[in-house]
Design a protein around this ligand. Structure first.
Ligand code: AMP
Ligand code: GLY
Length: 415
């Protein structure tokens, strides 16, 4: 099977690593990829937000399976274009209409309400001024969200009236403003693999969204993750399966043939699970954790979902606990780090860690920083504590100017 993977982060490095371990693959290309993905396939240049360019590439490389890593190409309609113009290629990832679950929070909230999915109370406003008028009396804390894709920067949790009133005017993307009830609980990410008809619900992972220890500082794309989740129960798994099945039924009722991953962003509250958001792709860094935990070959599942023939057997998972810590640049999440030398990956790997590249490049033959989240250090162990000790030990070998990482991944006191 000839595979093309779109993206350049840690998620794509982990997917490339797992795909390359499959006996089914014959060629792997990654566009644009990173120095980590280049170890498992050939990186190729392409504007992955241009549907025509991606279609042309899949045709030229005679690709059998296109795997779309991130949300931006999905929102740009890349999956639709390849399905329509090069039907020989199966596409893992929804079309633009299916991906609307991620690129429009207003659409997602209305979908949740229509199909009886538990979520925070909300109201959508056409303009910032209307949202502001409502926020004069809304209960605090309150959550204010932009409607479009904002790379994690479109959500403000306002604790004071002053913060609430300025939030609608500082949304990073124009359009509707969503004002939402503030929920208290633990977050979990649950991925649902689907071929549009059937689905498999993958094990829960827990991400750590904030930049600093103790869940303080700005929200990021994710600073670390682990699985299995300490507080997860069979009851919570059953509740998320119900949410997954209702979501799939809703998509079918809307006439959406959704093939790929539905990412359920969940808040486990005192009154049960609430759905915070949908994403239309694997989470990063949660995907990396699951790829390490996955015992089954991934390719039959990616290819099966893409072709509308998801294998009926559930995926198999190792019993190991897997933990991942992100090493990011000093300016993250505001400013990317570029061109600074990275050392110690070989030493971390020699100590047993897996290191996925998230924001790196090669310059003059040296590995340098190139992004926000630079590296992911991943380890497994019989217990979460052992996996974490190994990952933190691996991090000790790694160094680049400005490097920052959280010291408390997987170590929340309540859980
Ligand atoms: P979202 O992009 O909607 O997932 O929001 C990003 C992050 O903001 C989530 O991962 C939560 O940490 C936080 N968040 C979003 N909505 C709420 C809410 N209603 N209550 C509390 N926290 C929220
Ligand atoms: N780690 C959360 C996300 O990928 O959106």
């Amino acid at each position: 099977m000839r595979v093309l993977l779109l993206g350049s982060g840690g998620r794509e490095h982990a997917l490339a690593w797992k795909i390359a371990a499959s006996p089914l693959f014959t060629a792997l290309y990654i566009a644009p990829g990173n120095p980590g993905t280049a170890l498992f396939g050939e990186n190729v240049e392409c504007d992955i937000l241009d549907p025509a360019a991606v279609t042309e590439l899949t045709r030229r490389l005679q690709i059998d399976l296109l795997v779309v890593g991130g949300e931006a190409p999905l929102a740009a309609g890349v999956a639709d274009a390849v399905r329509y113009d090069y039907p020989a290629c199966a596409v893992f990832g929804p079309g633009k209409v299916g991906a609307e679950l991620e690129w429009s929070k207003a659409y997602a909230k209305d979908f949740m309400q229509k199909y009886g999915l538990p979520t925070a109370e909300y109201r959508c406003f056409a303009t910032a001024a209307e949202a502001r008028a409502y926020l004069i009396t809304a209960p605090l804390p309150v959550v204010v969200k932009a409607d479009g894709l904002a790379q994690g920067k479109g959500v403000v949790i306002a604790k004071t009236r002053a913060e609430a009133l300025v939030a609608p005017d500082h949304m990073p993307v124009e359009g509707q403003v969503i004002v939402e009830e503030y929920l208290v609980g633990r977050e979990a990410s649950v991925f649902v693999l689907t071929d549009g008809q059937r689905c498999h619900v993958l094990p829960a992972t827990e991400d750590h969204k904030q930049l600093y220890d103790g869940d303080t500082g700005p929200n990021t794309g994710g600073m670390g993750a682990y699985s299995p989740v300490a507080y997860w129960s069979t009851k919570l798994q059953a509740e998320s399966e119900t949410i997954a099945l209702r979501t799939l039924a809703g998509l079918k009722a809307e006439g959406v043939d959704y093939r790929g991953v539905i990412f359920l962003g969940l808040m486990v509250t005192a009154s049960g699970i609430k759905l915070l958001e949908f994403n239309a792709r694997f989470g990063d860094p949660e995907c990396q954790v699951l790829m390490v935990k996955l015992a089954s070959d991934i390719l039959p599942y990616l290819h099966g979902a893409a072709r509308g023939e998801l294998p009926p057997d559930p995926l198999e998972w190792s019993q190991a606990h897997v933990a991942l810590v992100v090493a990011c640049g000093g300016g993250y999440p505001e400013a990317p780090s570029r061109g600074l030398p990275i050392t110690g990956i070989a030493e971390a790997e020699a100590a047993g860690s897996l290191v996925f590249h998230a924001g790196t490049a090669v310059s003059d033959g040296r590995l340098v920083t190139n992004g926000g989240r630079i590296l992911n250090v991943v380890d497994s162990g019989e217990t979460l504590a052992l996996a974490l000790d190994k990952a933190y030990n691996g991090l000790k070998f790694i160094s680049f100017p400005g490097m920052h990482y959280r010291r408390d991944i997987g170590r929340r006191k309540d859980g």
